[in-house]
Design a protein around this ligand. Sequence first.
Ligand code: NAI
Ligand code: PYR
Length: 314
Amino acid sequence: MEKADKRKIVLIGTGMVGMSYAYALLNQNLCDELVLIDINKKRAEGEAMDLNHGVAFSGGNMEIYAGEYTDCCNADLVVLTAGLPQKEGQNRLDLLKENRKIFERILQSVLENGFHGIFLVATNPVDIMTRIVYEISGFPPEKVIGTGTALDTARLRYLLGEKFMIDPRNMHAYVMGEHGDSEFVPWSQAMMATKPIFDLCGETEGCHFQELLELEEEVRMAAYKIIEAKKATYYGIGMAMARITKAIFGNEYSVLTVSAHLQGEYGENGIYIGIPCVVNRMGIQRIVELPLGSEEKQRLHSSCETLENTYREI
Ligand SMILES: NC(=O)C1=CN([C@@H]2O[C@H](COP(=O)(O)OP(=O)(O)OC[C@H]3O[C@@H](n4cnc5c(N)ncnc54)[C@H](O)[C@@H]3O)[C@@H](O)[C@H]2O)C=CC1
Ligand SMILES: CC(=O)C(=O)O
């Protein structure tokens, strides 16, 4: 493959989330060149060595190394996983002040080195961190993507698959809104194949809507439960990020609930929030508008308000 065709990713933040993503990239052969950057350079170097020892088993020949910000100039994707994670007792919004400061420094270095590809952001609170990247970079909104509720949607589909004994890939349901406490499931839009989930539940012995609401709450609380058990979550988000990367590099036009720019009544320049989007080589090709019920619209509105109010506090 010619150098010009290489799919190059610069990953900034080689902690648990960053390296789970890197490991998923390697296993799925999703790029040709992977550059690791961390404020702790030694850690990035160690991670690069460790991953390189897996290349021979990967079926590909990914080039992996600890690099510098100058590597951003010809990268296709800059992926941001640097920053503080939640501790027990914290929610995602509590991380905003510190992670914003970290992002301001990182973005300055990325941008002054001429990066002109697509940003993918996972650092929490992811919707606001993505908005900050959009505002500081001045990039077109479709080139700044947050992981949004991609992970929450995967959690929901897994639980629905278990409940109804169906392959989660055939459970078409979304988590929308903030990747956080105000997220919600628009149940009116949830299907098993093309069958509405309400009908499926009605036909399933002992299934009541209340149980679907309990699944929704389980999704909302999943991160807290995992953090309590093992201090951090990382495999799920690493896989979600790999899925988004695959949709971008494969020009897939896949529908994923990423954090996208919503222009409207919030903020002068709009906000970022988790919403179903078509993702392709250009980034976010378009937002998929769902015919939400009035209560669902209200929940989306309220989640937008939570994000806008928190953003304004800083
Ligand atoms: N969007 C999502 O669904 C999820 C997001 N997250 C978020 O991802 C972020 C990272 O989490 P973890 O990897 O568990 O944390 P971690 O503490 O394991 O890794 C963070 C890394 O960022 C690096 N870092 C800090 N400041 C930096 C700077 N100025 N430049 C370069 N590197 C810097 C640290 O040295 C560290 O290696 C957190 O904000 C966490 O809340 C975690 C799980 C899911
Ligand atoms: C930590 C986090 O954001 C999650 O696992 O959902």
